[in-house]
Design a protein. Sequence first.
Length: 264
Amino acid sequence: MNQPASPRLSRVARQRRLVDYLAGVPSATAAELAALTGVSLMTVHRDIEDLAHRNILRRFHGGVSVLPTSVFESSSEFRLQTQASAKAALARTALTFVEPGMSVMLDDSTTVLALARLLNDVGPLTVITNYRQAIELLRENDDIRLIVVGGQYSRTHDSNIAMPSHESVDSYAVDVVFQSTSTMGAEMTYHQEQEIVLMKRAMLRSGTTRVLMMDGTKVGRTSLHHYVPVSDFTDVILTDDVDPDLVERIERLSRVHLAPVKPT
């Protein structure tokens, strides 16, 4: 097992440590997790209860495990807790694509949400999104014309993803679409869930410039469903920890921009 962590870890950082550890083992006991995070059993039990309530962990007699990948990777709550520094780096580079007066479409990825946090300082924009978290960030800014894509609300994804949304998205033509997805290889992108694939494809068709934002943990891997070829994106932003050989292969199909990740 990893060395015990400092008791000064924040609750969010501690829970992230628990999930990251459980993702690599079949299961663990509460005592093991307490040793891992350097806190009391009572605190670990509270963390487990909270993560189970958010459909990230599964409790059973004698232990705990993560839910199947398709469940916890889809959870907006889980994704909000991962790769924060990489997402911030990608967002800083993505911001260079945005100028005042533009129309921008944002998907429901937490990677693109990091960009949404920066848009309040850009100036007049039209922003179209299906992600409630992005709506909350931008809704009070008078300089942003905010358009919410309709459809059935998904509590897991915290966004609107049903078929009516696909139809409403097709009516827009925007300057730039920003997206992320579960994984990508040198030639193809992937997502864990078919219903999200359909929504993302509809959004992608709306953009003149189509930007994919991917941190290094997502590159060189596959997920259950094909999304679109890498060549469907005009630009791909990658963190600078991606294998250079893979970057070179991606560059044959799309313009690649490397985002430097600041040391934590």
